[in-house]
Design a protein around this ligand. Structure first.
Ligand code: IVH
Length: 743
């Protein structure tokens, strides 16, 4: 609807108001983006992350799409960059364009459809999008005569002296067989800072009292754009060519052909480009490099797809800013900027004190990040982060979130240095290194530090120990630090003696499972308190109703007593003893008492153990309260020997010879626990459903295996019938048998 149309309801007025708001927002956004561009291109010190910048740019594009009249030559949507006056300006022989960014495969498809409509069947060239700094190199008669940054696309900054210090960039091209060096070659590419060298650079920046770089791209830009080229020479910069400008004496047919020629003349080209025939192969390339984006020597932030044949590129042409023959698929952001609100210290299972970044919650790579480890005080110093800083936070794939660097350009002077506390934040014991020269400080109060005990309990209930479903981190915190009452257990010795009555009323502060730090309510900023084992007391009667979770946790604890010996050994949290050493010990000794009594030499000689672990075991069993834990567990009925009767010898073999597939969550069981229960009854578990499958146990959200079972007529056991299935086998009338044809 145009702004001049008048409706009965005052549409004209409201349209005018809309337009005025759009214009105001457009103006503010344009100014903001221009300022961010200056910080990025001129200062090499951006204050927002690339994804935040992209969001601003998107908003601007949306406004201009809705109101084309707001578009003008100065709009950031019409510019490709900017340049500093600190360097001599140079005009590129041919304009350097940017790329159209897309963020989904659907958008790549739309781009490809548009091309195909005009020129069907054209091969695509896929390559990685190097996260560096674009430069333009001019070779005359094979000699490097000039190098410039992209600048605004038409005019760049002369960085010839700096570029000459980059070993990967030849000063002279070498003629190859059948390929003379051309009279004129304008080649474009990316100068990058190798990822492996980045951390070291930042450490040395901080040591020298300088601001660290937020990421390798800024490091590349900051290193190249030095007034003194000798400084550039000190940095391990490298280069990869990805395009051409003006040419004389060289007429490549395609982009791929040009890369072969450039490589033959000694210019570095990417080892990753690939020419493909179909858009599906383009998607496969995107997927392949998306999953290994951090495995390359340089950072990449996406994939560039180009039409390979240069004649077709020319035919398709370009807008003022971007070519129509190429598109950049940008990977989802894994780095964002957020505020470092505080640095707190968390205490681990073996007492290690770890500084943790408390962040203004931010979404990164698909999840909300509030805490990120800073490893130790030396790391905090090496990274140069201060409390109150804007920091770059990264979460690469499934990797734990990490603070990469501060955004030094965003400081206002109010930031504070972090000092490692002298005392344990959980129990007030004096922190000390375990041995002289250790970087880590530890809380020495292993016996009663609630932080250490909470972490040991969480470990003990975890997958590599007793594997107690329903005994998660909050439950463990609750047992150790119940609000307004004494701890329910003094240490892990009492874990098998818990009763429903004792745990039901517990209230506890919610903590972050990774850092162990309290996780305040985002709305109020206050500690969040829950009753993890019971529903809230009934408003009228005050009665606390048992929660299924609590009952199940106790049942699971009971079942856990028959876990094999290595899990019991691992659950003791003996320093240096993890699952591998625990398995070696269990296999060799077969009995916890024998592990406790063995001489240090015998233990050290066990394959996979060694002297450090042997000494740690001896030290552990020398402590009275440690031995009491073992006694309490023994009394509770925890398995102490591996030659104790195998459960399969005592349990009726109701599932003998049956192949079972378990899909979805089974109430009261972990995936491993359910499989072990089937095995203990003589059954076998596999992961895929076939005609030979004896039964499919379908728990919560069963997925495609359920559908396959229906299709093949495999008997299906519902999750809630699992216990009955174990005790009675399959031949029960209650068991569903779906879709099987009568003989
Ligand atoms: S082609 C006209 N290929 O990304 C097309 N660019 O966001 C010119 N970049 O200015 C670019 N890797 O500095 C191309 N493999 C690649 C690239 C690449 C990184 C940079 C380049 C460009 C920017 C656009």
């Amino acid at each position: 609807m145009s702004t001049t149309e008048t409706g009965l309801d005052g549409t004209e007025e409201s349209n005018d108001a809309d337009f005025a708001a759009a214009r105001a927002r457009h103006e503010a956004l344009a100014a903001e983006i221009t300022e961010h561009r200056r910080r990025y291109y001129v200062d090499d010190a951006p204050t927002v992350s690339d994804s935040q910048f992209d969001d601003l740019m998107h908003e601007l594009v949306d406004i201009e799409t809705a109101h084309p009249e707001l578009k003008n030559a100065e709009s950031p949507t019409e510019q490709v960059g900017t340049f500093s006056e600190a360097f001599t300006p140079v005009t590129h022989l041919e304009k350097m364009l940017s790329l159209q960014d897309v963020f989904s495969v659907e958008e790549v498809q739309t781009w490809a459809d548009r091309i195909t409509a005009e020129v069907p069947g054209e091969p695509y060239l896929c390559e990685v999008k190097i996260d560096g700094l674009a430069v333009d190199l001019v070779y005359e008669q094979g000699r490097l005569v000039r190098a410039a940054t992209r600048g605004d696309g038409t005019t760049g900054e002369d960085v010839t002296a700096n570029v000459r210090t980059i070993a990967a960039i030849p000063r002279r091209l070498t003629a190859a067989e059948g390929l003379d060096v051309p009279e004129l070659l304008e080649v474009r590419g990316e100068v990058y800072f190798p990822t492996a060298d980045f951390e070291r650079l930042n450490e040395s920046q901080v040591e020298a009292g300088k601001a660290p770089f937020a990421n390798p791209r800024n490091a590349a830009a900051g290193s190249l754009r030095q007034k003194d080229a000798a400084k550039t020479a000190e940095r391990p910069l490298s280069f990869i060519a990805h395009g051409l400008g003006a040419l004389r004496g060289f007429e490549p047919k395609s982009q791929s052909h040009s890369y072969e020629a450039l490589a033959a003349w000694g210019l570095p080209t990417s080892p990753y480009w690939r020419v493909v025939a179909t858009v599906d192969e383009v998607f496969a390339y995107i997927e392949e490099f998306g999953s290994q984006r951090h495995a390359l020597v340089h950072e990449i932030d996406g994939v560039v797809v180009k039409i390979d044949r240069l004649g077709v590129q020319r035919r398709l042409g370009a807008t003022s800013r971007t070519p129509r023959w190429a598109v950049a698929f940008k990977f989802p952001p894994e780095e964002v900027n957020t505020k470092l609100l505080d640095i707190k210290v968390s205490i681990g299972r073996t007492g290690r004190a770890t500084p943790y970044a408390v962040l203004e919650p931010v979404r990164v790579a698909g999840s909300e990040v509030e805490f990120a480890t800073l490893h130790n005080a030396d790391q905090v110093k090496a990274k140069g982060v201060k409390i109150g800083d804007t920091v770059v936070v990264r979460k690469a794939g499934d990797v734990i979130p990490e603070v990469v660097a501060p955004v030094a350009a965003a400081r206002d002077g109010s930031e504070a240095e972090f000092a490692m506390p002298e005392r344990c934040p959980e129990c007030d014991a004096v922190l000390a290194p375990a041995a002289e020269g250790d970087v880590d400080l530890r809380c020495p109060n292993a016996r009663s530090c609630p932080g250490q005990l909470r972490e040991r309990l969480a470990y003990l209930s975890g997958r590599s120990c007793f594997d107690v479903d329903r005994m998660g981190f909050i439950a463990c915190s609750a047992l150790v630090q119940p609000l307004g009452m004494d701890p329910v257990i003094e240490n892990e010795g009492g874990v098998f003696d818990l009763t429903l009555e004792r745990i039901l009323p517990i209230r506890v502060v919610v903590r972050d499972p990774d850092s162990g730090l309290p996780k305040p309510d985002p709305k109020t900023g206050e500690d969040k308190v829950v009753t993890p084992f019971a529903r809230q007391p009934d408003k009228k009667t005050g009665e606390i109703l048992p929660r299924k979770n609590a009952e199940e946790m106790l049942q699971n604890l009971d079942k856990a007593k028959s876990q094999p010996l290595w899990r019991v050994v691992n659950a003791l949290s003996i320093r240096h003893v993890g699952p591998v050493a625990a398995q070696a010990l269990a296999e060799h000794f077969g009995d916890l008492d024998r592990i406790a009594e063995a001489g240090e030499e015998e233990t050290a000689a066990v394959d996979g153990v060694g002297p450090t672990i042997a000494a740690a075991i001896k030290d552990w069993f020398a402590v009275d309260w440690h031995r009491e834990i073992v006694e309490q567990w023994r009394e509770a009925g925890v398995r102490m020997r591996d030659d104790a009767p195998d459960p399969s010898e005592v349990l009726p073999q109701t599932l003998e010879g049956l192949t079972v597939v378990i899909t979805g969550g089974i109430p009261g069981y972990t995936r491993e626990g359910a499989a072990a229960a089937v095995k203990a009854r003589g059954g076998k578990t596999t992961s895929s459903v076939s005609k030979k499958t004896g039964a499919v146990v379908a728990g919560d959200k069963p997925g495609s295996k359920y559908d396959k079972a229906v299709q093949l007529g495999v008997p299906i056991v519902q999750g809630e019938d699992f216990e009955r299935f174990l005790s009675e086998g399959l031949s029960q009338p209650e068991t569903d048998s779906v879709g099987s044809e009568p003989e």
